[in-house]
Design a protein around this ligand. Structure first.
Ligand code: ZN
Length: 451
């Protein structure tokens, strides 16, 4: 049992309940009490955490990522999405299980240090002979200790058939579907307190055939798992869909069975009013990735409009090759900035930004009953942010300090009640080891690409 007290608490529940001075009690992986003032007396062995100067929030939920890209950060710095992808596909062709294990551990360790307790990953590059990439990822996520939603990605539309990726980095449709079914069989856990849940995730309209999209949706629905893909990220993608399919990306997705309350889409930047209506009407979620969209110059998503229509919207840092900073805590501020650059100073509040990063993400992943708010019965995934240092001094509103201020250091990060970060240091893995492994993976991949 863990008791956290003397801290501000932002529960992010439906009523927006907050306590200027409150407590949390966690036991056997769940929240058993949350409220104002001190916790009651407990006659059991208890770890008491003094949260003076801190704010407790739900752990953040990252709804879109490509962890393998940790090995290719800092490249293709001035490209748009298509130029960036065509530069990097040949490098990614050298991926193997060791690289994927190292980059998964490094990327998830870095996310934990920015308050993330649950992360997705979207891995869509499966070179022939690369080894068991999914097993490598799941093992690395277990090492770091975050809840992990690996999305088994795929591409089958190589350049010779009109796609963007070179032929040597795509799979056959049969291999993609078999690999996806195998990932679900081996790793998907439907339990309420699951540490690993698998989703089905063909990559994008310009790298996947309509046949694979349709068959993948059928596979996901027969297995009872969620569906994820990139959609409406750039004007170039919109142009591709209009030229190849005679419709917008959202119309194309709907034709293929890819809208629904079991689907969340990465980006959703270029949406017309009809597209926003279709996402709202079908309950389709959006993983909003404002820093990546800015890095690639892709545009600014209509987050205010999506929220006003009730679309589930979560935050994603996106892959570290298109967003080298990769801090989910900082993405709260970036989401607020992006919304306000588009819609003015009332377009998104600090509390709405925090909700995007917590309960909004939980909705995208179909886990709003278990994650995303600090409520009795939910899983004990908690971020305790230190707000009494120089960077936040004098900001009386702790939620404003967290969202508008600089990235806050973590006093404690718990996943299912287990400490993953304490006093801004990783407890489950050695950060220096992650640095070494990440650097080695980067060098090995670039060396292979030069051959
Ligand atoms: Zn992406």
């Amino acid at each position: 049992m863990i008791i956290i007290e003397n801290c501000a608490v932002a529960t992010v529940d439906a009523a927006g309940t907050e306590y200027a001075d409150g407590h949390l009690v966690l036991d056997e992986g769940r929240i058993v009490a949350v409220g104002p003032g001190h916790a009651g007396r407990y006659h059991r062995s208890v770890r008491r955490v003094d949260g003076t100067g801190c704010l407790a929030t739900p752990g953040l939920v990252n709804t879109h990522h490509h962890l393998y890209q940790w090995a290719t950060r800092g490249l293709a710095q001035q490209e748009n999405l298509f130029g960036w992808l065509t530069t990097l596909y040949p490098v990614w062709a050298g991926l193997d299980a060791e690289t994927v294990a190292a980059t998964t551990a490094a990327g998830l360790g870095w996310l934990a240090l920015s308050g993330c307790t649950t992360s997705t990953d979207h891995h869509y590059v499966h070179p022939a002979g690369a080894g068991d990439l999914m097993a490598a990822q799941v093992a690395a996520a277990g090492e770091v200790g975050l809840r992990f939603h690996p999305c088994r990605g795929s591409m089958d539309l190589g350049a010779s058939r009109g796609g963007l990726p070179p032929d040597h980095v795509v799979e056959t449709i049969d291999d993609a579907l078999a690999g996806t079914a195998d990932a679900i069989d081996r790793f998907h856990d439907p339990a309420a307190d699951a540490m690993v849940r698998v989703a089905v995730a063909p990559c994008s309209p310009f790298s996947v055939s309509p046949e694979l999209m349709t068959e993948a949706a059928k596979l996901a629905r027969s297995a009872g798992v969620r569906l994820h893909t990139h959609l409406a990220e750039t004007v170039e993608e919109e142009h591709y869909c209009r030229t190849e399919h005679g419709c917008t990306p959202v119309e194309y997705a709907e034709q293929l069975g890819w809208l629904g309350d079991d689907v969340w889409l990465a980006h959703g930047v270029h949406l017309d009013d009809a597209a926003v209506d279709r996402l709202a009407g079908t309950g389709t979620g959006v993983a909003h990735c404002p820093s990546s969209n800015a890095r690639l110059g892709a545009g600014t998503a209509r987050v205010r409009d999506l929220l006003d229509r009730g679309v589930p919207v979560g935050l994603g840092v996106d892959g570290p090759a298109s967003q080298e900073a990769g801090q989910l805590g900082a993405e709260l501020r970036q989401a607020l900035y992006a919304a306000r650059l588009r819609g003015g100073p009332a377009a998104l509040t600090a509390r709405e930004a925090l909700a995007l990063g917590t309960v909004g993400g939980a909705r995208c992943l179909g886990r709003a009953a278990e994650l995303g708010s600090l409520e009795v019965g939910k899983l004990a995934d908690v971020a305790l942010w230190r707000l009494d240092g120089l960077g936040h001094a004098g900001i009386d509103d702790p939620v404003a300090a967290l969202v508008l201020g600089p990235p806050a250091p973590l006093e404690l990060l718990l996943v299912g009640g287990r400490p993953v970060v304490e006093r801004a240091e990783l407890r489950t893995v050695d950060e220096r080891d992650l640095v070494r492994r990440g650097r080695r993976a980067h060098r090995a991949l670039l060396r292979k690409a030069r051959r």
